[in-house]
Design a binder for this molecule. Structure first.
Ligand code: FAD
Length: 599
């Protein structure tokens, strides 16, 4: 079946819905395609909040937020993106409020704000209350609010449609091909502009906070076209997932006063981050927890967790502001945070890297700045690069809102002025071939088994602590898993809700994301943000203050071509410059030069 729209959005999480809403305000026809019902998107799981320097509880300024974002990103953040973000998110939060988002309130009626890791006043002096929240259901409220607004603006939704291919002809995007889950039918969507907002890919790891559907589909589809993925080596492990399950325990729990303790009850973060303690940025807290575990101070039967202690907090706070996570630990662990310590361990959480974009969400075709005409990206699956080497908590929801909106506005403007591109007659060919080959395969391999091996090996070899030997081993493992993937066969050949077929397709996408990540990480011989190497322990600004671009190497299958792109920094008179080489002597030229890490 064929469809035609001016603007097409893939993904109905916070980024997709914000982009669709702003495109729809632009006097063009807009459709949003999602493999899930929109309000089931992972954005709905976000608990902690959305950071904006409103200053409702304590003095705050956008420049402090910008600085924290850059420092938290270990200076890999593009500083022009950080400025736009820190300024625009303030007005965007008020906009969400005016759309009806039910934020928690202070007694004076203003939006309530709480502390969150890495968010500080006066450029790092002390923690500041910056996270705006709706209890611990902020993401849920964002999705509901934006979905309602889209319905009001007339966005058309195609729910439970799985995008399998992007149509790019002569450097211009002409639409997408999707598989309808309920019928097994193939649909071609012809469009002037396409916005990709399909979320992250945490499922490549064994322990993850990410929903089952976060398999990096569109990143992989982009990469399969010979287009680059940026900064894939930077993957954040959230310090606190419920032990063994990975289910997220919000950082808001530490913002409200929760304390991490090791087996002897020690508040060990005092040793690792004397000033911010439990509220240091996530990479620091995750590594500190892992160090405690490795050195034998873990808790639980396998001594592979530490405890979070809330028992000193009032019951109203635990059951009120933290009700969601209180329910989860009562249900899944049989523990009551009001009186029990809750065991947690780091969990794979957030992709800093992804499809490279300009500040307006245009997809980059290479490291020199060429764009794919008519194609945009936003949200976790994009890399603008706001989060650099490590994202601060509450900055993802802000990213969806600020850069989702910019992508929507830009795409609508482009679609308004552009003609409909030509659609090749055989647009469906590649997607149909992919489905047919899986259905026809008679090999002995099983997708679930390969997936399990992928998740375990990525966790062990490209997880929180990395080294060259393990990552080289993982390169070989991935080559082997990819070869075996070609022999996967499925039992269910039906057309209706064929989840076995979809899971096998998603595994193929995950293998690509893991490949781009592992090669990018192996080549970066330094430690920065979430990328921590035991064999290259120091951050190396002189050689590595640059973004990685990973391309599929079609001449040498199973290999990846790597290129690099300068970081944007704020230089003299507030002007942004691309930093092609960094010399510490010139640091004075920059507003926010790289500084050693002390928290
Ligand atoms: C448990 C948890 C808690 C979090 N808490 C916070 C927080 O408090 N604050 C914060 O700032 N960040 C938080 N984050 C991070 C943040 O929530 C996510 O990064 C963000 O919500 C991602 O939004 P998105 O719009 O990019 O993608 P998602 O919300 O993941 O949506 C992806 C969309 O893409 C669609 N899709 C994917 N593949 C396809 C395909 N092939 N075809 C069609 N559709 C497709 C899906 O159906 C879905 O609609 C949290 C993340 C998790 C996992």
């Amino acid at each position: 079946m064929q469809h035609r729209y001016d603007v097409l959005v893939v993904g109905a999480g916070g980024a997709g819905l914000m982009a669709a809403l702003y495109a729809a305000k632009g006097d063009v026809s807009v459709a949003c395609i999602s493999k899930l019902y929109p309000t089931r998107s992972h954005t709905g799981a976000a608990q902690g909040g959305i950071g904006a320097a409103l200053g409702n509880v304590a003095e705050d300024h956008w420049e402090w937020h910008m600085y924290d974002t850059i420092k938290g990103g270990d200076y890999l953040t593009d500083q022009d993106a950080a400025e736009i973000f820190a300024k625009d998110i303030i007005e965007a939060v008020y906009e969400l409020e005016h759309m009806g988002l039910p934020f928690s309130r202070l007694p004076n009626g203003k939006i309530a704000q709480r502390k969150f890791g890495g968010h500080t006043r006066e450029f790092g002096k002390a923690a500041v209350e910056r996270s705006c929240y709706a209890k611990d259901r902020t993401g849920h409220m964002i999705l509901q609010t934006l979905y309602q607004q889209n319905v009001k603006e007339g966005t058309t939704f195609f729910n439970e449609f799985h995008v399998l291919d992007l149509i790019i002809e002569g450097g211009r995007c002409a639409g997408v091909v999707a598989y309808e889950l309920a019928t097994g039918e193939i649909h071609t969507f012809h469009a002037k502009a396409v916005i990709l907002a399909a979320g992250g890919y945490g499922r490549i790891f064994k322990i993850t906070s990410n929903a089952l559907t976060l398999t990096g589909d569109l990143m992989s589809i982009y990469y399969r076209k010979g287009l680059p993925l940026e900064d894939m080596e930077f993957y954040q492990f959230h310090p606190t997932g419920l032990t063994k399950l990975g289910i997220l325990v919000t950082e808001g729990i530490r913002g409200e006063g929760g304390i991490l303790r090791n087996a002897s009850g020690e508040r060990f973060m005092e040793r690792y981050a004397p000033s911010l303690k439990d509220l240091a940025p996530r990479d620091i807290v995750s590594r500190s927890i892992y160090t405690e575990i490795r050195e034998g101070r873990g808790v639980g039967p396998d001594k592979d967790a530490v405890n979070i202690d809330l028992t000193h907090l009032p019951r109203e706070v635990i059951e009120g502001k933290l009700s969601e996570i209180t329910d989860l630990s009562r249900t899944y662990l049989g523990l009551d945070p009001v009186k029990d310590l809750v065991p947690i361990q780091p969990t794979a959480h957030y992709a800093m890297g992804g499809i490279p974009t300009t500040l307006d969400g245009e997809c980059l075709a290479d490291e020199h700045g060429s764009v794919v005409e008519g194609l945009y990206a936003a949200g976790e699956q994009a890399c603008v690069s706001l989060h650099g080497a490590n994202r601060l908590g509450t900055n993802s929801l802000g990213d969806l809102i600020v850069f989702g909106r910019r992508a929507g506005v830009k795409a609508a403007k482009y679609a308004h002025d552009a003609d409909m591109p030509d659609m090749p007659a055989d647009a469906e060919r590649q997607a149909v071939a992919m489905l047919d080959s899986l259905k026809a395969a008679s090999g002995s391999e099983n997708a679930a088994k390969i997936r399990r091996e992928l998740q375990e090996s990525m966790m062990n070899n490209v997880g929180i602590f990395r080294n060259g030997a393990d990552m080289q081993k993982q390169v070989d493992i991935l080559r082997d898993l990819k070869a075996r993937y070609h022999h996967v066969s499925i039992q269910d050949l039906g057309h209706r809700h064929n989840s076995e077929l979809i899971e096998a397709l998603e595994l193929g996408f995950m293998l690509d994301c893991a490949e781009a990540m592992t090669h990018s990480a192996l080549n970066r011989t330094e430690s920065r943000g979430a990328h921590d190497r035991e064999d290259f322990h120091e951050r190396d600004d002189v050689n590595w203050l640059k973004h990685t671009f990973a391309y599929k190497d079609f001449d040498n299958l199973g290999h990846v071509k790597l290129a690099y792109k300068p970081v944007m920094v704020q230089g003299e008179a507030g002007k942004y410059v691309a930093l092609s080489s960094y010399t510490p002597d010139e640091a004075g030229r920059f507003k926010f030069p790289p500084k050693p890490r002390t928290f």
